[in-house]
Design a protein around this ligand. Structure first.
Ligand code: CA
Length: 304
């Protein structure tokens, strides 16, 4: 079933691309089939929902399935993501181009979007979809996981300064995709439940101040010397972490765990990418940062 229709679609792309797609599909298939063999679907689904909604939710009535919108032009990848995520207990809808994706996001009100950066030429690409989702009040807080190709120019990947919450480079394992989705949804729940970037208590202390930088936890507004700074949800959470621990060196594992909810480090350079975004918004001179300083081989520290 999974392999059906593979050949005609892959025939449309270059041999080099085909190699990457094949590699990706093989990885995903292996993961999905391992899961199907090893784990009972019901148990898995229950575990997923408990994980996503929090422990001990037995007293609550059955939760509606979480809805994921996949915007991706490669049919086979969409099919595999759908197959796997439905098995994991998600409701999955898809759109094959950017404009369809935007209208689907309005129509179905998903819990999150998986968005391919490289959509078919002729329509709008993933970056533009991301921008438009972010400027529309009904979708501005929608979590977005961006998919990028490994051969995507680095500048373009770094140029994801459009408000994607996270990104994953193809080919990725299905396990990693699900881990990212869960982490994004946990963060979203935490942010909307408490309006705070981390789990600490402190209603008596609604404003964090560091030099002329002010972060209001109640309104999620950040200003520097009175000037409002627009931050995406992830940038805000990252700055909140730094401002909660001023002059304290935060190692990469801690940052990844507190901001992205990952308990593994992996190969990701996501911290570097988002520190760079943050510097561009809050530093006087982003290339010679004074506020968020790099501690080589360890992590970062808010100083200045
Ligand atoms: Ca694509």
């Amino acid at each position: 079933m999974v392999g059906a229709g593979l050949a005609p679609a892959l025939g449309l792309i270059s041999a080099e691309k085909k190699g990457k797609v094949d590699e990706f599909l093989a990885l995903m298939k292996a993961d999905i089939y391992n899961d199907l063999r090893n784990v009972s679907g019901c148990r898995r689904k229950r575990a997923m929902q408990q994980d996503t909604y929090g422990r001990g939710s037995q007293e609550k009535p059955a939760q509606p399935l979480l809805k994921v919108l996949v915007i991706e032009d490669e049919d086979n990848i969409v099919e595999l993501i759908k197959l796997g995520l439905r098995y994991e207990g998600f409701q999955v809808e898809s759109a094959s181009d950017g404009l369809q994706g935007l209208s689907a996001a309005q129509r179905i009100n998903p819990d999150m979007v998986i968005l391919d950066l490289g959509l078919q030429p002729g329509g709008i690409d993933g970056l533009e979809v991301c921008r438009r989702l972010r400027i529309n009040p009904t979708t501005q807080d929608l979590p977005i996981l961006m998919l990028t190709a490994r051969d995507e120019p680095r500048d373009r990947v770094l140029g994801l300064d459009t408000g994607a919450d996270d990104y994953l480079t193809k080919p990725f394992s299905f396990e990693e995709l699900v881990a990212r989705i869960r982490a994004i949804l946990r963060r979203q729940r935490r942010a909307s439940g408490s309006l705070r970037g981390d789990g600490t208590n402190g209603n008596d202390n609604q404003v964090l101040q560091f030099g002329d930088l002010r972060l209001n936890m109640a309104t999620r507004e950040v200003t520097r010397a009175g000037r409002l700074i627009e931050l995406t949800a992830t940038e805000y959470n990252l700055l909140h972490l730094f401002m909660s621990h001023p002059r304290q060196v935060l190692d990469r594992q801690t940052i990844l765990n507190r901001v992205w909810g990952y308990d593994f480090l992996g190969e990701t350079n996501i911290i570097e990418v988002y520190v760079r975004y943050l510097r561009e918004k809050i530093e006087d001179s982003p290339s010679t940062p004074r506020l968020i300083q790099t501690v080589r081989g360890v992590g970062y520290v808010l100083k200045g």
